[in-house]
Design a protein around this ligand. Structure first.
Ligand SMILES: NC(=O)c1ccc[n+]([C@@H]2O[C@H](COP(=O)([O-])OP(=O)(O)OC[C@H]3O[C@@H](n4cnc5c(N)ncnc54)[C@H](O)[C@@H]3O)[C@@H](O)[C@H]2O)c1
Length: 382
């Protein structure tokens, strides 16, 4: 199979969808890997590093899209890339379609096979391709929050960890999943006062256990969220319902009651955000104020630490890329339920229920479209 990797074009996105080691594995298995010149530069990977691994460098994104059967990316295609998508081409990347009706329509109309990293789901419910980026975004959130809490950056002007004889900042984390737990680990390490909220008690219990009572956990409901958020200096939004638009836990009325100069870092913005006042921003212009509350809504947080993120992402995507390349999509999804859950759109139809529901489109189970019976046999992890 010809596998193409274009350069990422999202603002300040420095990741690339494959490493030279990953390209080498694919070439070794008889596939061709086309890389757009300069695609690895942001991650300190040169064209010659890719060439030494057996990949072929091409000068323009158009060439990558025109020749490849499968496109590997990190972020979703942007409008300037839509025209390059080919009918029947597989695009394997983060897509977050429940929050993006326009892209959903484009992928349907262009007959692309859209496989989303973030909905590949293992039998235990975990999201193996989202996980490493969630760890990284979760670890970044307290340091981003600390920066924006500084007075000259628009914040209240307080140090996350306080000082001897002075209270630390109040950090409230909405969601005790991967992002939330990694944020909690970092924020407690920075000596902040940390409250973690979730509706899943098992997740809260686990965090209490691993952090030996250094955090306060509170079950999330409308009233408890309001009570905690209005007292917070920093709120980190980290809730997720896989594949769906993220639940909005904080409405504008609550934001109005928050302290002036407090900071919201809404990591769930890629799925639409957990604050009613959240909107996507970019690293070039990362924050805005609503009711004097600083909002940070960058959708590609790990893009700022590409040397960590590129390798961390390829570690988990490569086995699935190999499955698709070696078996073809149909056989690969027949053997691997986790991968089948990643297929959001095929032949113009939406095969992800949460995406269909988010935009009121018809939903069609994958097995109604492909002549397959998805077996329980799974290759992932072998
Ligand atoms: N902005 C970025 O760069 C970036 C990077 C990585 C991940 N993310 C996003 O961060 C979000 C969280 O990802 P994750 O991997 O931690 O997910 P996760 O599934 O591990 O955790 C989500 C948590 O939200 C909780 N939850 C769901 N609905 C809730 C509700 N109504 N009230 C309270 N809790 C609720 C779940 O119980 C779960 O513990 C996702 O939207 C993900 O796409 C963003």
């Amino acid at each position: 199979m010809i596998i193409g990797v274009p350069k990422e074009i999202v603002d300040q996105e420095y990741r690339v969808a494959i490493t030279p080691q990953g390209a080498h594995e694919l070439v070794d298995e008889g596939h061709a890997v086309l890389i757009e010149s300069g695609a690895g530069e942001g991650s300190s990977i040169s064209d010659s590093d890719f060439e030494a691994a057996g990949a072929r460098i091409v000068q323009a994104a158009e060439e990558v899209f025109a020749d490849a059967k499968m496109i590997l990316k990190v972020k979703e295609p942007l409008p300037s890339e839509y025209h390059m998508l080919e009918r029947g081409q597989i695009i394997f990347t983060f897509l977050h379609l429940a929050a993006d009706e326009r892209l959903t329509r484009e992928l349907m109309e262009r007959g692309v096979v859209a496989v989303a990293y973030e909905t590949v789901q293992a039998a235990d419910g975990s999201l193996p391709l989202l996980a490493p980026m969630s760890e990284i975004a979760g670890r970044m959130a307290p340091q981003i929050g600390a920066h924006h809490l500084e007075k000259m950056n628009g914040g209240r002007g307080l140090l996350l960890g306080g000082a001897t004889g002075v209270l630390p900042a109040n950090v409230v984390i909405l969601g005790a999943g991967l992002v939330g737990s990694h944020s909690a680990i970092l924020a407690t390490g920075m000596d902040a006062h940390v409250v973690v909220m979730d509706k899943n008690l098992l997740k809260l219990r686990y965090l209490e256990h691993i952090l030996h009572g250094r955090i306060t956990t509170i079950v999330s409901n409308k009233l408890s969220v309001r009570e905690m958020v209005v007292q917070a200096d920093l709120v980190i939004g980290a809730v997720l319902v896989p594949g769906a638009r993220s639940p909005v836990l904080v409405d504008e009325g609550v934001v109005k009651e928050m302290k002036p100069g407090s900071v919201v870092v809404d990591i769930s913005i890629d799925q639409g955000g957990s604050f009613a006042t959240s909107r996507p921003t970019t690293y070039s212009d990362p924050v805005y104020l609503i009711h004097d509350v600083v909002h940070f809504g960058v959708r590609n947080l790990p893009g700022a630490v590409p040397i960590t993120s590129t390798y961390s992402l390829t570690n988990v995507t490569l086995p699935f890329v190999q499955e698709i390349a070696n078996l073809g999509l149909q056989e690969a999804v027949r053997h691997d339920r986790a991968l089948a859950a990643g297929v959001n759109i095929i032949q113009g139809r939406v095969t992800s229920k949460p995406v269909a529901e988010a935009h009121s489109f018809d939903y069609e189970p994958l097995e109604h479209i492909l002549p397959i019976e998805i077996s329980s046999e799974r290759l992932f992890g072998k």
